[in-house]
Design a protein around this ligand. Sequence first.
Ligand code: PEP
Ligand code: MG
Length: 886
Amino acid sequence: MTKWVYSFGDGAAEGRADMKNLLGGKGANLAEMASLGLPVPPGLTITTEVCTYYYANGQEYPDTLESEVNQAIAKIEKSVGAKFGDKDNPLLVSVRSGARVSMPGMMDTVLNLGLNDETVEGLAKNSENPRFAWDSYRRFIQMYSDVVLGVDHYHFEELIEILKEEKGIDLDTHLEAEDWKELAQQFKAKTEEELGKPFPQDVREQLWGAIGAVFSSWQIDRAKVYRKLNNIPEDWGTAVNVQAMVFGNMGDTSATGVAFTRDPSTGDNEYYGEYLINAQGEDVVAGIRTPQNLTKAAREAAGATLPSMEESMPEVFGELADVFDKLEHHYKDMQDIEFTVQRGKLWMLQTRAGKRTAKAALKIAVEMAADGLIDEKTAVLRVEPAALDQLLHPTLDPDAPRDVLTRGLPASPGAASGEVVFDADHAEAAAKEGRSVILCRVETSPEDIHGMHAAKGILTARGGMTSHAAVVARGMGRPCVSGAGQLRIDGKAGVMSCAGREVKEGDIITIDGASGEVMIGEVKTLQPELAGDFAKLMEWADSYRKLKVRTNADTPHDTSTAREFGAEGIGLCRTEHMFFEGERIIAVREMILADDLAGRKHALAKLLPMQRGDFIEIFKIMRGLPVTIRLLDPPLHEFLPREEDEFEDVAKAIGASVDHLKRRASELHEFNPMLGHRGCRLGITYPEIYEMQARAIFEAAIVVEEETGETVVPEIMIPLVATRKELGMMRAVVEAAAEEVFAEKNHRVEYMVGTMIELPRAALQAGKIAVEADFFSFGTNDLTQTTIGISRDDAGRFLDEYVKKDIFAQDPFVSIDQEGVGELVEIGAERGRSTKPDLKLGICGEHGGDPASVEFCHRTGLDYVSCSPYRVPIARLAAAQAALKD
Ligand code: PEP
Ligand code: MG
């Protein structure tokens, strides 16, 4: 028979940390902590299988669930010495969700469950604190009504405000027992008015209502958005944790807090966290009161006046520090912890691996390996490749002038500039138009997730380092400044102000998530520092990976950046990209619009020295590393002149009339340029183009070999090949150019000729094509476009919907469609190698920098991946992890 409920408490538990799939992260770790003998309030976990069952069976529970829950509640009652629903000595519980991986702020929590008009009196008597009891009851009514019954919490906030006004009081803390009692009555009446039925007094009804609400919340929109953004499968489900309440709001010897065993922002090995005296549950994360520091050192560093926990509760702090050490040694990872102190007694409410910035992840992994807590392989596996992105982005130039508007908390590192927007929907819309925005909010909530994702940075006026904005931004790798308390944000009016200065929606600001500064205007940024922990971890990663990592680079500048990031060669130099600027584009247009061979040759003669010059620089920067140069593959529409002045420029350069050029351009017009006269089709019809390019490459190689004495082995790549014949003909053009140049210069260089595999036919015919090829490079951008039949240029309009509807788990242009496009890559690789067992294989589509695709390439046995310069470290780490997972 399936067991649906697992108990924990009193130094024992039925579950374990490795049962996360069944118990959810929270439940599994509560069980583990209980087994470790840590002070955990007793409780029960309803498994994720119940959630799955619930959705598979028309929202019904398994038959035996209720009796299992009852038995587990009885155990809690025994442990605590109180009874659920008992009017003299009531047991109160919290009900919380807990999926396999943490989903911050996504799911709902109910506290103080078990209170009703009778049990509240018992609580008042036992706690000898009627104010606390009535405050707890009204909190419960408020939370339960909101989360379970769907009565919005503002109704209740309003009633509190009205009462405070009547009594001439500013602060909630000045309300007394009678006031909370009065409010509890009003709250119940409000709920009844909204729902047409009374607030439930039966504690079992309350419990099942809350359990049902947790399961339902798995399917609310913001949970779905979060899962989508984080690739969490819909069918994982959530567990429900029911746990005896402990109270951090029982007076000045009580407190509640969140802590990390190390600094999650910098990775420094220091306890880090915040707490609030006399507060309950989510008060710390909600950002309603400003939390106090955990340690004295942190308080001093922050210049805060309110005492740290280390100072105000030294004994409990000492106990907490012991728990931190015990947990870190047990889990061998940095932990994120929630705790409560009830009248001087410490209780642990949660532990989990702490979310951290990439910088912290690196530092923690490297230090833990150095301390022998984990080995090097584990360290390499600990850092999420995609998260490196955060480190590889620019920081503010310390010497750049800056006009600081205000300062907040350095909640998530990185610097970003952009237009001010005050609303998540606006942020998303602006980002879709390609604008950079900074989302500025009083505080953020899960409803803002899509806007936070779209923004370049996030700024909030309220909330601490563990506020929603801070936690989510760190997870997403967005720079974030939180709790900029001087800032008055009036989103409705479209303006924020600080110290007499105003910033309007649309104005540019810069935020520095490392210092907490908020600046007016754009501030110059610097490239990241790649030494230290980063270099160390990369060195370890490089020792495990099998795949080589090259870069896609078209300019000397990109090439240098990529080398700094550790690229081991160029996997794709798109020669058409070398022609985008100024004079060059005119010469290219001249070539394209030429009426005949003579006109084309005239234009090509202008392009030759430009190409040669670039190749010389690139070969020099790459110093003997392989360089794959792809011959021209210009989707024509990207290169034809469009505007009047563009026609005029070309007309002037070649002495033709604008009218003539326009006619010529309209002759060249294509209905489907992506499937048009591009790639090797251009070389087949105008071989002189490829001939010029081959000449430029060989001349450059000879110059560099003669100047530096180093060997240069260019890899010349023919694009968009569908048949063996195409490649054979283009190969002949390249070879002829080579022989001509070698004879002229009396200097031979070694070289290779290969092809891109970016059409389904090429993948299928790879066995034959390989006869003419020294290497293959899978062009998975075009291969995706042509396999799925979705235009690279037009997919944006509908692909979102495809992902939302789960037709594709992810955008196939971002992460390779492993079963479709991937199968063609496998076929191409296998057939190519059956002709030439040592055929060199790589990938140069955008997928080369996507961790999941890199893993796929590793499994498929490719020799290298090639990606944009900034993603080279991501690919290096992903390749190492793929190898370690073998
Ligand atoms: C490809 O198609 O994957 C590729 C790398 O070429 P391009 O993106 O230039 O078409
Ligand atoms: Mg292509």
